[in-house]
Ligand binder design. Sequence first.
Ligand SMILES: [Zn+2]
Length: 335
Amino acid sequence: MNAPNDGYTRIPALWFQDGNIVIRTQNTLCKVHCSILSLRSGVFQDMLAFPQATGGVETMDECPLVDLTDEPDDGPSKKVDLLPLLGILRLSHKYDVEKLHRRALEHFDHGMFYSSYHAFLKTPDSDLGPLAQQHTITVPDSIPAIASSSPCIRVIPTLSNSPIALLLAIKAITSVQAQCLLPVAYYWLCIMPIQDLLAVPEDILPRAKLHWILQKRKVLAVKRAKILENINQFGWKADCEQVEQCASARMELLSHHIRQNARGDDVCLLHAVTVVDFGRQAGLCASCLKGVNALCSEAFHWEWATLPALFDLPDWEVLNQDRINVLDLFDDDDW
Ligand SMILES: [Zn+2]
């Protein structure tokens, strides 16, 4: 391609010599096929059907020229870096490029949607197969990660260890109405260490949203305390084989989990209580071990089931159906 020196950058991957339409976004140009564009995008289909409506057709390289006013960084990209991905998500929604939109959403879906509490607990980087790597979202160095360590924050290829990255993702997800991704995104946001949340600039985290987060943190802390209460619940002595030893083991187990968050309020509602391993190590009898485990497990599953309601979202059943529709999960014909 011999690019004329006209001040425009031609994107090589999107410049087809036999293309029949040129698209200009600020100072970049793409030359593509009109029919394929129309097929993929309802908005382009309408736009190209009535070129004269905008007052005559400008041409370039002997092709009609269409101006898009969006930033060039928002154009198609094979990268799965967070910022280009957010641009693709917004633009594909705006221009109704259904399959591109779905593909961008799949990256977020992989890192932010879990079908069950069990799936949520599984560390995503433990089974990074080719598919997982394909969907990994990387956060650029320019966006700060959390400064403080917390046992609840998993430093994995998700957005859960950077409040700014997560807030940008939540904004984009909300604008394209992919609300099935919001329960976990909101949860991650609300359990961020408070000092990291307070360090986020106000234009990214407005005061009203910060206030909302702080209110949800209160609820999370109360719920978390109730889950930990199960370790020392009333009435356990009836079935115990060794009351004194188990009383001390229960206190040890409780202290262990309280100490994990000694530097801040414990809002990590869904963080697993390691009953079996640590309880056994602390000397809980089999009966107490079973009792504590069952109570905690039941409580966690309840909290998972009601997580969307905690963030004022529809229940999982509605969100799951929404996800099937948005990602078109029953129609994977040509991807
Ligand atoms: Zn016991």
